[in-house]
Ligand binder design. Structure first.
Ligand code: KIV
Length: 286
């Protein structure tokens, strides 16, 4: 029998950093994949606003709404038993005011999330983080290339290649830690910068396209399993070709239907012969 895993909590993240144990995180957006990734033993499941790109077919995360996110958070909640469940706050769900941020983060907690993640480390964002933590809502920060800032950044770019920008990122990481974040995602930053931030912070860093020196790693599930055909980002490793498996399965099904090979008696129910006889008699009478 597989040993019972201990429920991952916010506090586990700090314990893992102190013990030098890597944190494993992945995104999920629905019930079956939530069940699978939780059974696979990850520490954190993020319902990312990347749902916009990899599930809903948007070309950025900007259109994703609270309603869409809540729908997916509730589905994932039903599948995740052990990992920590984090909900990503979509664009314009926390930027307008502290009150708006508390309201929306609170809705995610009512839906079963155990923490929220939000992007950026400028003073208004730090203020929001502090307010959320002060009312009991755990927060994961997110620095580097933050997709909701795509237009401000002028596209998908590695952030912090230059020393001034790198220094600003270190300062933002310290400010987010000071405001109460219990972990920070570092996305698309040079590995040297990720190493410096990881060394400076007492809370864990979770990298995506940030090299091997972070306290943990996160990948978008659909990149990791090879769900979408063709291109995947350079930082993502495709551990499987699930998209190809699905396409092949459906092609085989279509071929078998067309050739009359599906369904077979194995997938078919028969009436009891006496009932069939009686049905025929009834049909004759009517
Ligand atoms: O939305 C998302 O999936 C994310 C991860 C890439 C960290 O923010």
């Amino acid at each position: 029998m597989t040993p019972q895993r201990r429920k991952v909590r916010v506090q586990t993240f700090l314990e893992k950093k102190q013990a030098g144990e890597k944190i494993v995180a992945v995104t999920a957006y629905d019930y079956p994949t939530a069940l699978l990734v939780d059974e696979a033993g990850v520490d954190m499941v993020l319902v990312g606003d990347s749902v916009g790109n990899v599930v809903l077919g948007y070309d950025s995360t900007l259109p994703v709404t609270m309603e869409e996110m809540r729908h997916h958070v509730r589905a994932v909640r039903r599948g995740v038993k052990t990992a920590l469940l984090v909900a990503d706050m979509p664009f314009l769900s926390y930027q307008s005011s502290v009150a708006q941020a508390i309201e929306n983060a609170g809705l995610f907690l009512k839906d079963g999330a155990e923490a929220v993640k939000l992007e950026g480390g400028t003073p208004p964002i730090v203020q929001v983080v502090r307010a959320l933590v002060d009312v009991g809502i755990p927060v994961v920060g997110h620095l580097g290339f933050t997709p909701q800032w795509i237009h401000q950044f002028g596209g998908v770019r590695v952030r912090g290649r230059r020393s001034e920008e790198a220094k600003r990122l270190v300062d933002m990481a310290l400010a987010l830690q000071d405001a109460g974040c219990f972990a920070i995602v570092l996305e698309l930053v040079p590995e040297e910068l990720a190493a410096i931030v990881t060394e400076k912070l007492s809370i864990p860093t979770i990298g995506i396209g940030a090299g091997p020196h972070c306290d943990g790693q996160i990948l978008v599930l659909h990149d990791l399993i090879g769900m979408l055909p063709g291109w995947s980002p350079r930082h993502a490793k495709r551990y499987a070709e699930v998209g190809e498996l699905i396409r092949h399965a459906v092609e085989t099904y279509a071929q078998e239907v067309r050739e009359g090979k599906f369904p077979t008696p194995e997938q078919t129910t028969k009436m009891p012969p006496e009932e069939l006889e009686r049905l025929k008699q009834l049909m004759q009478k009517s």
